[in-house]
Design a protein around this ligand. Structure first.
Ligand code: GMT
Length: 380
């Protein structure tokens, strides 16, 4: 098939999933076109069958905010017309589903019909999408898509609860490249981080408020108070980094916390981790948790959103109520103090991650594209 994929280029989960899906489809001989305003972080090497189309925003003195939605719609129209796409798959509803709808209307005049599939990822529904500034448009654009998928059962239900959706939403969970994300021997790195041989705790996110990064530091502080020698690696960057650094200073534990910034090879950091912390206040799936689990790292998370569909309490780690720092620290200590439990949960985490193996879910998306395309042909 000739497939168009629209996504954000940043380190956020939706961009990662869209790019990995593109790579997986390209390996199966589909021709994939990725559309974004910058080269996606995970599109780091040349791959036959993948073309990248940058949406160019020409500036004009009148525009304080150049209309990206229109520029994107324009690129979509060109691609469908000249590259003869069989399907257009947009990741994250805002503004991608709306640009796709606009392109569809323009193309209808030219009698070109291409199925449009929207994958809902998270904050496009739970935070930004539900904001009154966007809600009506998001609602409309989702309903205008030919196929709609959500990355978890939780997100599907939230979408029905928050919007007036008349479409059937298919749950297709996020996935992981288990060959890339696996524990590798990184003894020298572990020694550099923790020369005295203590435990290494890791957090990875884009440091937005929902990620609760200061709380990660608080959980870690309590772990130290329990007499566990440990270091905390904070991977990523974003608006709440200062707050997290301040929390370290307030608690007097700056020497034990390292802020590594954005990392391309997260799997290398995860390979030295003894525990992963993700106390998010909103998480529709928790791709970062899945990446950790695939590297055989146990997860301590909040029990909100889609996290319980990924991290299984008592098996792959533990889940606690939102902001219950004591609970998260107690479970962290429990795992870190018990080698047998630690080893069992590491194995379980990897096993659970294998359920979300990339190849299986690329096949599910392939079938879904065909199903939606066939449905459209029937309806014509
Ligand atoms: O909100 C983010 O962290 C970024 C966002 C995205 O769409 O880029 O992440 C959401 O989608 C990810 C991939 O499907 C999910 O794994 C994350 O749980 C989800 N984030 C939130 O719901 C906060």
């Amino acid at each position: 098939m000739n497939i168009g994929i629209v996504c954000y280029p940043t380190f956020g989960g939706s961009g990662v999933i869209a790019t990995e899906l593109a790579k997986g489809l390209a390996l199966r001989d589909h021709k994939v076109h990725i559309l974004s305003y910058a080269r996606p972080a995970r599109l780091d090497t040349f791959q036959t069958n993948i073309a990248y189309h940058e949406v160019d925003l020409s500036s004009y003195p009148l525009f304080e905010f150049p209309p990206y939605d229109l520029a994107l719609a324009n690129v979509i129209v060109n691609l469908i017309q000249f590259e003869k796409l069989d399907v257009l798959h947009v990741h994250y509803a805002i503004p991608h589903a709306t640009s796709a709808y606009l392109a569809k209307q323009i193309l209808a005049e030219k009698a070109a019909h291409v199925p449009i599939i929207t994958t809902l990822h998270g904050t496009d529904i739970t935070i930004v999408g539900s904001d009154p500034s966007y809600k009506q448009v998001v609602d409309f654009s989702i309903n205008q898509s030919d196929g709609v998928t959500a990355v978890s059962e939780y997100l599907k239900e939230e979408t029905y609860n928050r919007f007036d959706i008349r479409k059937d939403i298919r749950v297709i969970p996020n996935f992981i490249d288990i060959e890339r994300f696996k524990q590798t021997k990184k003894g020298h790195f572990k020694k550099a981080i923790s020369p005295e041989g203590g435990k290494v705790l890791v957090h990875v996110s884009n440091f937005r408020e929902v990620k609760r990064v200061p709380e990660v530091v608080s959980v870690f502080h309590k772990v130290l108070q329990n007499g566990i020698e440990a270091k905390l690696l904070m991977v990523g960057d974003g608006p709440d980094r200062q707050k997290a650094e301040s929390r370290c200073r307030e608690l007097g534990i700056c020497d034990q916390v390292r802020f590594l910034g954005k990392q391309e090879q997260v799997e290398e950091v995860l390979s030295v981790a003894d525990l992963f912390l993700i106390p998010s206040g909103s998480e529709t799936f928790g791709l970062a948790a899945l990446e950790a689990m695939s590297c055989s790292v146990q997860v301590i998370s909040s029990n909100i959103g889609g996290l319980p569909e990924v991290n299984i309490h008592g098996e792959t780690g533990y889940l606690c109520d939102l902001d219950d720092i004591d609970c998260m620290a107690d479970y962290a200590v429990k795992i870190l103090k018990d080698d047998k439990l630690h080893a069992r949960m590491a194995k379980n985490a990897r096993k659970r991650a294998e359920i979300f193996e990339l190849g299986k879910l690329v096949s599910v998306y392939e079938s879904y594209y065909k199903e939606i395309a066939a449905g459209m042909k029937k309806g014509q």
